[in-house]
Write a protein that binds this ligand. Structure first.
Ligand SMILES: *[C@@H]1O[C@H](CO)[C@@H](O)[C@H](O)[C@H]1NC(C)=O
Ligand SMILES: *[C@@H]1O[C@H](CO)[C@@H](O)[C@H](O)[C@H]1NC(C)=O
Ligand SMILES: *[C@@H]1O[C@H](CO)[C@@H](O)[C@H](O)[C@H]1NC(C)=O
Ligand SMILES: *[C@@H]1O[C@H](CO)[C@@H](O)[C@H](O)[C@H]1NC(C)=O
Ligand SMILES: *[C@@H]1O[C@H](CO)[C@@H](O)[C@H](O)[C@H]1NC(C)=O
Ligand SMILES: *[C@@H]1O[C@H](CO)[C@@H](O)[C@H](O)[C@H]1NC(C)=O
Ligand SMILES: *[C@@H]1O[C@H](CO)[C@@H](O)[C@H](O)[C@H]1NC(C)=O
Ligand SMILES: *[C@@H]1O[C@H](CO)[C@@H](O)[C@H](O)[C@H]1NC(C)=O
Ligand SMILES: *[C@@H]1O[C@H](CO)[C@@H](O)[C@H](O)[C@H]1NC(C)=O
Ligand SMILES: *[C@@H]1O[C@H](CO)[C@@H](O)[C@H](O)[C@H]1NC(C)=O
Ligand SMILES: *[C@@H]1O[C@H](CO)[C@@H](O)[C@H](O)[C@H]1NC(C)=O
Ligand SMILES: *[C@@H]1O[C@H](CO)[C@@H](O)[C@H](O)[C@H]1NC(C)=O
Length: 826
């Protein structure tokens, strides 16, 4: 055999000039389509095949295209080529003479049927007489099937875009490989609800691994499978209540995210990608990265699509289980005193494969468990609003909660300035940990890893429990008694907790009802009937905001009002209370005033000041865009700044708005701007930031720290910066249109800033902006100053006001590299 291949090798190189001929003939014999009752067997009849320099080979059954990279459906194998994958791959049919020589031409597998169960020689692929596509191993056992028999199938065809279809005589789809993605997406392919891209278990093993990407509320989400799964990336946002992503489509130039109520063809959000001149594919790889590859004479890596926060250490498998990642370097956990006996590397020569506990954790010996404290260590999944993390808890309670639960493997505690109120996460499996950098993440974090004290050693004082000789009767007796007492105590505790919780809930209910009557006297309470007639039975709709719809109305005294009718959801109620309390107590010329409210049965309404000119977006993006001159735009920016400054710094309680966008800025008859819709407002006690557990706000305006959980009013400063750029440039930051050269305004601004050509971006509709070029540029620079990733570098709103007034001549130190690069959050 070895001799034969040597001879073959010699033969091949000696007469390689003939190979093109053979290959060309071979390709010309391949069709993109097959009829019913077609059988292919992997054995000599399938030869000639194509073997590549790395030893991999393909056996094309169908090929679409005859020049350059082309899609093919067939068998694929890697050395030693005794196991085969029925798959769709891209092969270069062009430079046939080079195919056996050039490694940049390696076939790229983009879909496969049997990744978890490869087939051997003599396996058959059959497009049966009744329309089923079946893969059988040599022994005749079906390994995989499309299950399409009896649906009237007629042809099997591979399309130009790489989609393998089973069609009926009317060319209707019965089955499509695009609906069964494996680890890759092709141009035009969508990842729909319920679909997953699952990575290989390793670079050389096609078996599905633990990492997967799926489409969830708000966008793309990447998980490591565990029970329950742990989220490590999400570009989503939960803009309540109705944004729920349903599919993500890979298009030329962008990965588009569509929600339930998207206009057809217009994505709600997208991730910009380099556009393609030829073939491209996205592949979800075994390290958890989603990578874009493109063809330009050979395959090239183009972009890593998932931007995890804060850096690559936030990939769940980067340092294996229990490994701690710091600047890409892995290490095993050690006690503060340097004791490294609790964890050992899985492979001392490859620390990135992770670490294991020296003594397995045993639920039976729960008493000899203790927690190894690692300060300044965090975990990747904090951004998951759905994880059952416990909020508003102190370190000690978090640790105790882990010690009490057998399946908990660590207590991960994350907190803001006040360590007695943090969030606590108790995972049942530990993937890579990371060294925390509070200067970047804006939170503090500690990890307490559960370890088992070896039974033979006396347990250290931390896990103190009565000394006992293992195996001795008295020890067992004590254990049994201990367990019994433990159970009884736990039972009592549970009853106590339940009783308390009930009482508390009841208390809260009463309190809530009372609150409705205690709203500050300046705010009037209206009956539902009054408002119904004021709005002529909710006839004229002004807009749709977070949690409700806004209608125009007129009170009996002739005053025009805007009535916001809240959707009746549990959340809406909380929100309603927040709105009444917040808006009711805040009065400022640049903030929309609350006149009154109504609460009756399920009806919850807010009565707001009516602002005649509507919201800012219609004036800067809509058809009316030409109407606003530079002075007006400048005043609007100044008004927004004053409104926000008041919210942040001047009113009794610090208030972060958290959903600043042009839709929430209203203009009165004189084009004075008023910040409205405190629907998402979250009160922040002075000198204390708030740990948010849910993402809120609107894509395009979200500050990058939404990923980190710690949100301060500086998130508004960021959104303000976005709005200012939009007002000056007359376009949205996030333009969901493929015609746009660059999807993100901020990315463009970043480019132009480097080239010192910011004026290129001025709104062409604004006739006199050129005449005020210096002012406009200065305002843009101020906006850029507000957009820095590091929220602590952003100015406060009062500083912004001073700069706009001209009463402060702050030197802003702007560096375009400090801005968020093109990414999902822009
Ligand atoms: C499939 O059948 C059609 C006629 O029904 C025939 O024209 C065509 O050549 C067949 N294709 C193959 C690949 O045999
Ligand atoms: C490819 O085909 C040649 C004969 O054309 C055969 O000798 C070789 O073993 C085949 N390669 C594989 C991987 O089956
Ligand atoms: C494949 O089939 C051929 C006959 O067609 C037979 O000689 C060979 O042993 C078979 N190989 C395997 C692995 O079943
Ligand atoms: C076909 O049906 C079998 C048995 O019901 C199932 O295991 C398999 O996943 C199905 N195949 C596909 C591609 O859905
Ligand atoms: C591939 O990975 C799976 C699961 O991780 C494992 O069971 C299998 O043995 C691996 N196969 C090879 C060839 O290494
Ligand atoms: C939210 O979605 C429901 C359907 O799921 C729809 O009836 C309702 O009108 C939507 N609300 C808003 C505010 O869009
Ligand atoms: C992708 O879009 C660019 C322009 O944005 C265009 O030049 C290119 O031809 C397109 N590629 C394909 C494959 O359509
Ligand atoms: C998955 O494994 C196959 C076979 O080894 C390989 O061709 C492919 O490139 C791998 N995919 C990834 C994403 O690593
Ligand atoms: C392989 O292809 C690349 C890209 O076209 C080319 O630069 C390189 O010279 C080729 N290598 C060989 C050995 O032909
Ligand atoms: C920290 O939070 C706790 C509970 O929320 C509170 O009792 C305590 O006063 C706070 N400490 C500081 C310094 O704010
Ligand atoms: C124990 O922790 C696991 C996850 O770590 C969780 O799913 C389970 O609900 C917890 N059990 C109790 C009783 O809290
Ligand atoms: C946390 O770790 C970072 C480096 O990752 C270090 O710069 C910082 O000083 C540490 N902070 C504390 C409180 O130990």
């Amino acid at each position: 055999m070895a001799g034969a291949s040597l001879v073959l090798l010699f033969f091949t190189s000696a007469i390689s000039i003939f190979l093109p001929l053979i290959s060309a003939q071979f390709f010309s014999h391949r069709e993109p389509t097959a009829n019913l009752s077609t059988v292919w067997t992997i054995n000599p009849p399938l030869s000639p095949n194509l073997t590549y320099p790395d030893g991999s080979a393909v056996f094309p059954l169908l090929i679409r295209g005859s020049s350059g990279p082309s899609f093919s459906f067939g068998f694929y194998c890697t050395p030693p080529c005794n196991a085969f994958l029925l798959s769709i791959f891209i092969v270069n049919t062009n430079r046939l003479s080079e195919i056996t020589l050039n490694s940049s031409d390696l076939p790229q597998v983009v879909w496969s049927a049997n990744r978890n169960l490869l087939v051997g020689l003599n396996a058959t692929a059959l497009f049966s007489a009744n329309g089923d596509l079946i893969l059988r191993d040599a022994n005749g056992i079906a390994v995989w099937s499309t299950n399409t028999s009896g649906h009237g199938a007629d042809t099997l065809t591979l399309t130009d875009s790489g989609n393998l279809l089973i069609l009926d005589p009317d060319r209707r789809n019965i089955w499509a490989s695009f609906d069964h993605p494996t680890d890759s997406l092709l141009l035009g392919q969508s990842l729909k609800e319920g679909h997953r891209l699952t990575a290989n278990s390793s670079a050389t093993n096609t078996t599905s691994g633990q990492l997967y990407i799926t489409v969830l509320d708000g966008g793309l989400a990447a998980f490591v499978d565990s029970s329950p799964p742990q989220l490590y990336f999400s570009n989503g946002f939960t803009n309540p209540p109705n944004i729920s992503a349903v599919f993500v489509t890979f298009n030329n130039g962008s990965l588009d995210i569509f929600a339930l109520f998207s206009q057809p063809g217009v994505p709600d959000m997208y991730i910009a990608l380099p556009s393609s001149s030829s073939h491209q594919y996205l592949r979800f790889e075994d390290d958890g990265h989603l990578k874009l590859y493109g063809w330009s004479g050979g395959w090239k890596f183009l972009k890593d699509v998932l931007d995890v926060f804060p850096d690559d250490c936030a990939y769940p498998t980067v340092c294996g289980q229990y490994g701690i990642c710091l600047n890409g370097q892995c290490s095993c956990p050690q006690a503060a005193n340097g004791d490294s006996s609790f964890f050992k590397p899985v492979n001392p020569l490859q620390i990135n494969l992770g670490c294991r506990v020296s003594t397995p954790i045993s639920c039976e010996a729960a008493k000899s468990q203790q927690l190894l404290a690692l300060t300044n260590v965090s975990y990747f999944n904090y951004l998951d609003p759905s994880t059952a993390s416990i909020e508003d808890i102190d370190t000690e309670s978090c640790k105790q909660a882990c010690l009490r639960n057998c399946s908990c493997k660590a207590a991960l505690f994350q907190y803001g300035p006040n360590a007695s109120s943090g969030s606590c996460y108790l995972p049942s499996q530990i993937f890579s940990l990371m060294s925390n950098r509070p200067d970047i993440t804006h939170y503090n974090s500690s990890a307490f890893l559960k370890v088992q004290t070896p039974i033979s050693n006396p347990p250290p004082p931390l896990g103190a429990f009565p000394e006992a000789t293992p195996g001795s009767r008295s020890w067992r007796k004590k254990l049994v008694i201990g367990l019994l007492v433990g159970f009884i105590l736990a039972g009592l505790l549970l009853m106590f907790i339940i009783l308390c919780a009930r009482r508390r809930r009841r208390g809260e209910k009463l309190e809530e009802e009372d609150k409705f009557d205690e709203v500050p006297g300046m705010v009037c309470r209206y009956s539902y009937e009054e408002l119904k007639s004021a709005t002529k039975n909710f006839e004229e709709k002004l807009g749709q905001g977070g949690f409700g719809t806004v209608f125009k109305g007129t009170l009996s005294n002739g005053v025009d009002i805007a009535v916001k009718r809240l959707d009746d959801t549990g959340e809406g109620k909380e929100q309603f209370l927040a709105e009444v309390e917040t808006i009711g107590s805040v009065h400022h010329i640049n903030l929309v005033s609350l006149i009154g409210f109504c609460v009756e049965k399920s009806h919850k309404l807010l009565v707001l000041e009516y602002i005649p000119n509507g919201s800012l977006d219609t004036w800067i993006f809509g058809e009316k865009a030409t109407a606003l001159d530079w002075k007006t735009r400048q005043n609007i920016i100044f008004d927004i700044a004053k409104g926000l400054s008041y919210l942040h710094e001047e009113c009794r309680q610090k208030i972060a708005h958290l959903d600043i966008k042009p839709q929430n800025i209203l203009l009165d008859q004189n084009f004075n701007a008023k910040v409205g819709d405190f629907g998402l407002a979250k009160l922040i006690d002075r000198d204390q930031s708030e740990i948010m557990t849910r993402m809120r706000g609107t894509p395009g305006y979200l500050a990058p720290e939404w990923l980190t959980s710690i949100i301060t009013e500086k998130a508004d400063v960021y959104s303000f910066g976005v709005v200012v750029l939009e007002v000056i440039c007359g376009r949205k930051n996030l333009v969901p249109s493929q015609l746009e050269e660059a999807g993100y305004l901020i990315a463009l601004v970043q480019e132009k800033l480097k080239d010192n050509l910011l004026e290129d971006l001025f709104d062409k509709h604004c006739g006199d902006m050129e005449a005020h070029k210096e002012e406009a540029l200065e305002t843009m620079r101020l906006a850029i100053w507000c957009l820095q990733i590091d929220s602590s570098r952003r100015p406060s709103m009062s500083t912004v006001v001073k700069v706009l007034e001209g009463s402060s001549d702050v030197h802003f130190d702007i560096d375009s590299d400090l801005l968020v690069g093109s990414g999902p959050f822009m």
